[in-house]
Ligand binder design. Structure first.
Ligand code: SF4
Length: 364
């Protein structure tokens, strides 16, 4: 059977753990959420970093992580913060449902667990926004519990060390079984982090540095010459493209009309430049927030979400200060925010692009 063939390429577990942990003790990455060697990691820092790292790189996360810890040093502080402030601090990291879950999770830990994170995967899984991967990562890294922590880096290393040719994601159960064989009972947290580090620094996606790898002596991928071609992946379906309009209104005193998105759904609770719905195919009827003379800003603003590409046409209008007093309207969920205060708003990346695009044009 195919599983059997691959399993036979699994390196000796005792050798694999010993060599990998020795390499880790020498070559581990210094990361702001990591405890110094021999010290116990702070579960709050581990949890915060793991939630931030979902779908994002270490480099992108580092400044956000430091800013969050400085502002909310303990889980109780985060729990007591206004959701709006948490969303603002999160703006730019993407996947905003995570920020709402982060806040909800902090409240559960503060209220139901007296500020101490639970230690088992089973209990961790009951927390908002904590899925199987994050539960395993926190259990292993913060509490040194044996847990199969398998992210994209670890999957790649496993397919190579055992020369698993079955494509991902279908091969995941097989990889998990291999990981359970390899993970040691001693120092499981360090082993999990060592696997991540090996994937991030040595066994990299395009050109693995096999000559520096602690596992080169028993790597089936290297021996077979397949290493840099693995993992195989089942082709993804092409993402659809949705289109819509954004309406950028600038008042003569420098204020800009912004709108709060509904709490539920994509980018829920975030701030946006008012606009139409985003749809595939036929464009929806125009949906200007106010009556004004609209001018189409040349070009298109593009952004890619997990499940679709988005193309926004931007329209711009200028109105006088006192405009809303005269007309006695501020459209539903809308507010005027001065240009100099845009940074205080929970504007997601796509909306920052819209604002930059419109301002660039209006300055010409
Ligand atoms: S020897 Fe090369 S392919 Fe094998 S685990 Fe190490 S870096 Fe990856």
């Amino acid at each position: 059977m195919r599983h059997g063939e691959n399993m036979s390429a699994t390196p000796d577990p005792v050798w694999a753990a010993t060599t990998l942990l020795a390499w880790y003790d020498q070559s581990r990455r210094e990361l702001p959420w990591r405890a110094a060697p021999g010290n116990v990691a702070d579960p709050y820092a581990v949890w915060l970093s793991e939630i931030m790292l979902q779908q994002t790189t270490v480099k992108a996360v580092e400044p956000y992580f430091s800013a969050f810890l400085k502002r909310w040093p303990r889980v109780e502080d985060l729990a007591a913060a206004e959701l709006e402030l948490v969303l603002q601090a999160w703006a730019g990291l993407g996947y905003y449902a995570r920020a709402r879950n982060l806040h909800a999770c902090a409240r559960v830990v503060a209220d139901d667990y007296s500020g101490r994170f639970p230690e088992t995967e089973k209990e961790l899984l009951t927390l908002p926004g904590v899925g199987p991967y994050t539960a395993a990562a926190i259990a292993a890294i913060a509490f040194d519990k044996p847990a199969a922590v398998m992210d994209g880096n670890v999957e790649r290393v496993l397919t190579r060390i055992c020369a698993v040719e079955a494509p991902l994601p279908g091969a995941k159960p097989e990889l998990r079984a291999i990981l359970e064989i390899l993970a040691p009972a001693e120092r499981p947290g360090d082993f999990a982090q060592a696997m991540m580090d090996l994937g991030a620094t040595i066994c990299t996606p395009r050109s693995p540095s096999c000559s520096h790898c602690p596992w080169r002596a028993q790597c089936a991928g290297l021996a077979s010459g397949l290493a840099s071609m693995l993992p195989n992946k089942t082709p993804k379906k092409a993402k659809p493209t949705r289109r819509g309009d954004a309406y950028f209104v600038q008042r003569s005193d420098g204020a800009i009309l912004l709108r709060k998105r509904p709490t539920k759904g994509l980018l829920g609770g975030m701030t946006e430049v008012p606009g139409s719905e985003w749809r595939e195919g036929q464009k929806v009827m125009s949906d200007e927030p106010i009556e004004a003379t609209w001018e189409r800003v040349p070009g298109i603003v593009r952004h890619t979400f997990t499940h679709f590409h988005l193309e926004l046409a931007v329209y711009m209008a200028h109105v006088e200060d006192g405009f809303d007093a005269e007309k006695e309207i501020v459209p539903e969920r809308c507010m005027w925010v001065h240009r100099s205060e845009l940074d205080t708003q929970a504007l997601p990346s796509i909306m920052r692009k819209v604002v930059a695009h419109a301002l660039e044009h209006s300055n010409h």
